[in-house]
Design a protein around this ligand. Structure first.
Ligand SMILES: C[S@@+](CC[C@H](N)C(=O)[O-])C[C@H]1O[C@@H](n2cnc3c(N)ncnc32)[C@H](O)[C@@H]1O
Length: 235
């Protein structure tokens, strides 16, 4: 049986049984190979922009799959490797949030032809949440997973939701730390929020000391600290 890291296992758990999956930026292919091996997904596509990654995937598929199973390797960028609606779920993990939104934003209709996405951004998660809402995607589940020194957010997203805000700023803390993190809290949530609070308090300290800080920057920074304190109190 293929053993996955905690992060990849949590992504695996978000794949609905019997759904076909494309893992974009698959690199080693561990997640789709595990989905195929266990039978959770009847069909997987492993895609990556890098030829070297796909060679690694092929080798892993040959070594790890206990019996011949139908895997499909595709080289290319983002969801361009897919026909509209070709799979039920698209996974994009281990990439930056800005890159994920750029890849999905290339073609609105194509991006919405897939029902479900599981996204695990390495950074800029707030920007990604903003982009998703602004482009009619709905976050239906949130998770956090530890890997290495970091705790990573995992967003399960469905096509078409409510675009329900105006005058928001993509850098608003509400996108980085939404209240849904409390709704889906797990054993990592408190540490994740406390780490963020420590960082925001440090930034507040340096802004308070800095003579060039504007009143509006100071107010935003105070709001960021207060927001995290509020969330931690409600855990
Ligand atoms: C850090 S690895 C993540 C591997 C795996 N998804 C995981 O989460 O463990 C990022 C992968 O994304 C691939 N990548 C980067 N830009 C891409 C793009 N535009 N389209 C497809 N894959 C891309 C890289 O080649 C690399 O293999």
């Amino acid at each position: 049986m293929i053993r996955l890291s905690e992060r990849l296992q949590k992504i695996y758990d978000q794949v609905l049984p019997s759904e076909s999956v494309c893992d974009v930026g698959t690199d080693h292919g561990y997640l789709p190979l595990a989905l195929l091996e266990s039978g959770r997904s009847p069909r997987v596509i492993m895609s990556d922009i890098s030829e070297g990654s796909l060679l690694k995937c092929r080798e892993n598929a040959e070594n790890m799959l206990s019996q011949a199973a139908p895997f499909d390797l595709r080289q290319g960028s983002g969801i361009e490797v897919l026909e509209p609606g070709e799979v039920d779920t698209v996974v994009m993990a281990g990439m930056g949030g800005m890159l994920i939104s750029e890849l999905l934003g290339k073609d609105y209709c194509h991006a919405h032809s897939f029902r479900r996405y599981i996204l695990q951004p390495r950074k800029h998660v707030g920007r990604l949440r903003y982009w998703l809402l602004d482009n009619d995607f709905t976050v239906v589940h949130e998770d956090l997973a530890r890997e290495g020194k970091f705790i990573w957010p995992i967003l399960t997203v469905e096509s078409f939701g409510r675009a329900l805000f105006v005058n928001a700023d993509p850098d608003d803390i509400e996108f980085e730390y939404p209240l849904t993190l409390l709704e889906y809290k797990n054993e990592l949530t408190e540490e994740y929020l406390r780490n963020a609070l420590e960082l925001e308090r440090l930034k507040l300290g340096s802004k308070t000391a800095g003579s060039l800080t504007t009143f509006s920057e100071l107010r935003t920074q105070r709001h960021r600290v207060a927001r995290l304190e509020y969330m931690i109190e409600r855990l």
